[in-house]
Ligand binder design. Structure first.
Ligand code: PLP
Length: 396
């Protein structure tokens, strides 16, 4: 006998991984220059030079235990203080090291928060379509239900009418991911204020807090001066899950955090439950070396020029050809409407006829759309454009 949830997760195919593997296979046959792989969201801009320098300095200056030993479960005080100071400077807050719990990226941060909020099998965690597919296993493996709010396919903000009808006394938390994977859309202040108002009213009515779980790996990836509102400022019961995977191009180093501000209802209990959830999952501490790097590099910012150039090129070219696309203000994704509404058929045809790899939106809870990750080379985008053109012409 095996745990069926785990077995199913371990055997379920991942379309994104399959497309990526197909791309590698085809590259060996037809040449890498003839494969146009928009499947994976693997950051392509280099990590800031200061990060690499910090790694070298720390390795040459510091003794083995300090670099390679365990830290306390919550992470080094110095690293957490550096992060708190960075947030305080940018958002006018007053966070301390004790508000932060370091994790191996956003994935375990989300898992820990969801586990901490799952009281029993009736507990519900909400997600807004389109959403990062891993939210489902994060919720369901913890015994919670994932309740999905259908997409607002007009503006890819939040379908408030649907949300209002789906929220219930069992709603423990609602995951808000902005800038969004897969749509690339940033939720406006107006959207977040309306959400905050609704959640406050329902929390009052139900007699318990409804937490926003702000999933923020793309916070820093925003273009053209668009505002990414800081959600704890708008809704006090917000727990932030952050990651340096995308902002500093460090997904393989596994570093991020949970932020539990003091203004969160029962904040010290929430923090303790997050720490306990991490403990229950065998989360001892994130890698020590990268914690020390973040302590030195907490104020580093990414150079987004290459992503922005890709975004403008791809969005401009596709819309000119007649494709429709969600407003791409953030992250590194375009969410494109399939010309005949069948994204699976489009993806399959593009793959087989052009080695053009795009991910159908079904996995993100939004059929009929396709995700294109533009964290790729600018040349690849240019080379892929004739394939996009041939594809849309086939549907016209
Ligand atoms: N949340 C979203 C929306 C993501 O897109 C990702 C990764 O792609 C994660 C969380 C997990 O990120 P991490 O690498 O920090 O675990």
């Amino acid at each position: 006998m095996l745990n069926q949830i785990c077995h199913q997760l371990g055997t379920a195919p991942s379309l994104i991984r399959e497309l990526f593997a197909y791309g590698l296979q085809q590259a060996a046959i037809v040449g890498a220059e003839n494969v146009y792989d928009y499947s994976l969201g693997n950051p392509s801009i280099p990590a800031p030079a200061a990060v690499n320098q910090a790694i070298c300095d720390i390795l040459s200056d510091t003794d083995s235990i300090k670099v390679h030993g365990y830290s306390m479960a919550a992470g080094f005080e110095g690293t957490r203080t550096a992060i708190a100071e960075n947030l305080n400077r940018r958002f006018g807050t007053n966070y301390k090291a004790s508000n932060l719990f370091l994790t191996c990226g956003a994935a375990p941060a989300l898992l820990s928060v969801i586990k901490a909020l799952t009281v029993n099998s009736d507990s519900e965690i909400m997600a807004i379509a389109p959403f990062f597919p891993e939210y489902r296993p994060y919720a369901e493996s913890n015994g919670a239900k994932l309740v999905v709010v259908p997409a607002d396919t007009e503006a890819f903000q939040i379908n408030m009418t649907a949300l209002e009808s789906l929220i219930s006394p069992n709603t423990q938390g609602i995951i808000i991911n902005s800038p969004n994977n897969p749509s690339g859309v940033v939720y406006s202040r107006q959207t977040l204020q309306t959400l905050a108002q609704l959640l406050s009213e329902r929390a009052k009515e139900y007699g318990h807090p409804i937490y926003i779980i702000a999933d923020e790996p793309y916070r820093e990836l925003v273009y053209g001066n668009v505002e990414v509102p800081f959600i704890p400022e708008i809704y006090p019961d917000t727990i932030v899950c952050y990651s340096y995977s995308k902002s500093l191009s460090l997904p393989g180093e596994r570093i991020g955090y949970v932020l539990v501000p003091d203004c969160v209802t029962d904040s010290s209990d929430v923090y303790a439950a997050v720490a306990g959830a991490g403990r229950a999952m065998g989360h001892v501490c994130p890698p020590t070396l990268i914690q020390l790097v973040i302590e030195r590099c907490a104020n580093e910012v990414p150079d987004l020029a290459a992503y922005d150039e890709n975004r403008l090129l791809l969005h401009g070219a596709l819309t000119e050809m007649g494709y429709e696309c969600a407003k791409p203000d953030g992250a590194f994704y375009l969410f494109v409407k399939a010309p005949n509404g069948d994204a699976n058929a489009f993806s399959q045809k593009a793959k087989l006829e052009h080695n053009l790899l795009v991910v159908p939106g079904d996995a993100f809870g939004c059929p009929g759309y396709m995700r294109l990750s533009y964290c790729v080379s600018n040349e690849m985008i240019r080379r892929s454009l004739p394939a996009f053109k041939t594809m849309i012409e086939a549907y016209q």
